[in-house]
Design a protein. Structure first.
Length: 382
């Protein structure tokens, strides 16, 4: 039995007393919504097109949701100092797995982003790297205040640079830009010079376009997606993107009704890359707006606690973690509405996929841990 120090209160009891219950309930609600939409979007196509039992993928998704709920609670229960103590080791392990992808990875549709793990086949290591990198970067920035602040930024940037190289090599430009965007949000909140930040952002975009130009055979799909975005009828992705947009229009404000949508039968990746279009078609734009409000409310709660606290590490970590969730959410919606080029980005908690769910749940667990009242209050009182 786990007992916590002074008042002999059980660890779980103390966690429940101090955890932000609104954020916890909303994370759980999003996972349950994802389970519901998985049932709606996979049962018919999997049984008819993939020679699987009708509920095969729903049951698989249910297993990942159960694992995700366990991870959220387990990570948020652990004492903050103990959690931070083991992060360097976990981050190192996640980098090793990411670096092994070019050697032992699985290639799907021209991209080698996945690796077979004993307990989780076709796992995407970047989903594990993202939250651990955010915590590492936050720690690097505040670790030694005697050092020049730009040196501390440079240390975190070096790690980001090496991670980006491996992601670009897969190639996975979408996750690269997501990680860079979250890091920029962190250093912006930390007070980085805006002129330098602007130059850094422009330089990053320039380097990516230079790589695309230099290695057209490897990054040709990006050029194709950009051409499709500016001239929809010129690319292969026009069909899927247009069908997703048509489904959103067809759904209107209130939707066609559960199970009445046809996008999931026409687009193979509907339950992952185009889940928001499936939701809009069957349940309407009003329900999609409700989902967006849920994500924004979580962001408001997290940022409110982050910016009102005195712990610089917690502030930067929370800003980075919530940035990943919110930026990824709006990228997914932007792709579904043809406001952004196709990226293959999932919707956190709602899209089908074990890697995405586990990555999102780790982020959620960290957020709940770092927003606990006892941890924040101890820092303020100290």
């Amino acid at each position: 039995m786990f007992i916590f120090s002074r008042d002999n209160t059980g660890l779980i009891a103390r966690w429940w007393r101090n955890v932000d219950k609104q954020i916890l309930i909303l994370f759980g609600f999003l996972l349950l919504l994802g389970l519901f939409f998985s049932f709606s979007s996979t049962t018919s196509i999997m049984s008819e097109k993939m020679n699987k039992q009708t509920y095969f993928f729903f049951i698989k998704h249910l297993m990942f949701v159960s694992i995700s709920l366990f991870l959220i609670i387990a990570i948020s229960v652990i004492e903050k100092d103990k959690l931070i103590k083991y992060f360097p080791l976990l981050f190192f392990v996640s980098l090793i797995i990411l670096f092994l992808v070019p050697i032992f990875g699985i290639e799907i549709k021209g991209s080698k982003r996945w690796i077979n793990l004993p307990f989780l086949p076709t796992f995407q290591p970047v989903e594990l790297v993202k939250p651990l990198f955010i915590v590492f970067a936050a720690k690097a920035i505040v670790l030694n205040e005697k050092n020049n602040i730009y040196k501390r930024y440079f240390y975190s940037f070096l790690i980001l640079f090496f991670i980006s190289i491996f992601l670009i090599n897969q190639p996975d430009i979408g996750q690269t830009l997501l990680l860079i965007s979250a890091w920029i949000a962190m250093i912006f909140v930390a007070g980085f010079n805006m002129y330098i930040l602007t130059v850094l952002g422009i330089s990053t975009i320039g380097v990516i376009f230079f790589l695309i130009y230099l290695f057209p055979s490897k990054f040709g799909y990006i050029i194709l997606r950009l051409k499709t975005f500016f001239n929809p009828e010129s690319g292969d992705n026009f069909s899927q993107s247009q069908k997703a947009l048509d489904a959103i229009k067809q759904g209107g404000l209130t939707g066609q009704g559960m199970g009445e949508g046809i996008l999931k039968d026409k687009v193979p990746e509907a339950h992952t890359d185009y889940i928001i279009a499936v939701i809009s078609e069957e349940f309407g734009a009003v329900f999609v707006l409700f989902i967006v409000i849920v994500f924004l409310f979580i962001a408001y709660k997290v940022l409110n606690k982050a910016l009102s606290g005195n712990d610089e590490f917690i502030k930067l970590a929370l800003v980075g973690l919530i940035s990943i969730l919110i930026i990824q959410t709006f990228i997914h919606i932007g792709v579904n509405t043809q406001l952004l080029p196709t990226t293959g980005m999932t919707l956190p908690f709602l899209s089908y996929g074990g890697s995405s769910l586990i990555g999102s749940s780790i982020i959620a667990g960290m957020i709940l841990n770092f927003t606990r009242e006892d941890f924040i209050r101890v820092k303020k009182d100290g």
